[in-house]
Design a protein around this ligand. Sequence first.
Ligand SMILES: NC(=O)c1ccc[n+]([C@@H]2O[C@H](COP(=O)([O-])OP(=O)(O)OC[C@H]3O[C@@H](n4cnc5c(N)ncnc54)[C@H](O)[C@@H]3O)[C@@H](O)[C@H]2O)c1
Length: 263
Amino acid sequence: MTIAAGRKALVTGGASGFGLAIAKALDAAGASIALLDVSDDHLAAAAEELPEAKTVRADVRSPEQVRSAVAEVTAALDGLDTLVMSAGVIHIKPLDDVAEADWDLTLDVNLKGAFLVAQAAAGTLAASGRGRIVTISSDAGRRGFAWLQAYCSSKFGLIGLTESLAVELAESGTTVNCICPVGCPTTAMGQEVLDWKVRRAGVAPEEIMAATARSNPLGRNATEDDIVAAALFFVSDDASFLTGAALDVDGGAHLGFAFPGAS
Ligand SMILES: NC(=O)c1ccc[n+]([C@@H]2O[C@H](COP(=O)([O-])OP(=O)(O)OC[C@H]3O[C@@H](n4cnc5c(N)ncnc54)[C@H](O)[C@@H]3O)[C@@H](O)[C@H]2O)c1
């Protein structure tokens, strides 16, 4: 797989989890990296792991902050040809408990935020002649899960945004593809979801992890490396004829498989 040398990449939500793991892999492949994140703490920790990366604090919900961050990054990297959008939030609540603010936060970060960043970066990506956008949806963007009304809606919407941008930006040479990971317990969000399941089920984390591993044919939990591999492929030259794809990185969970003997 060939990652074009000298790629100039902006990763939103880049200071934690999948975003940081993808940024590190792109850095190792020879790309120049910028990390955009709303969390000062995450950015400070990420800067220690990736000292050569440009870091910028911005909230993807704010058009002004996004425009200014993209301009700052484009100046720092002397261009931009790769955009990975990993910023995201989740809440898990029964329908009656979901406040309007919960709904708005989730849709605004996960969906509107991706729209705003894509809109701010599209011109610069086009100017590179080899633009790449990678979005991170979820298995919750493929099918409905109870207590995840806003999260599922945002992640379904993100696949729609990916497809729409793929058609619109094709003419400019930019490809737009999406990764749909199944739950990965090692990121901050993955840990939050695991902790919630542990509290709800009243069992040990190992028991939850064993159950989620059994929910896909390949029989293990997702790792950050699984998602990194998909992102690097979409960014690579080898994926130049691929756009509008949504790739399930889920061990085959979307097949509705249950392990023999699983209840
Ligand atoms: N971990 C999983 O199980 C899993 C599964 C499927 C999809 N995803 C998706 O992967 C993406 C990355 O999640 P992760 O698991 O790495 O979680 P994470 O919490 O480790 O990383 C998310 C990052 O987004 C940042 N962020 C949140 N709101 C922001 C905002 N308004 N503006 C800018 N940055 C903001 C956070 O500060 C954090 O650094 C998310 O879109 C998530 O929905 C995660």
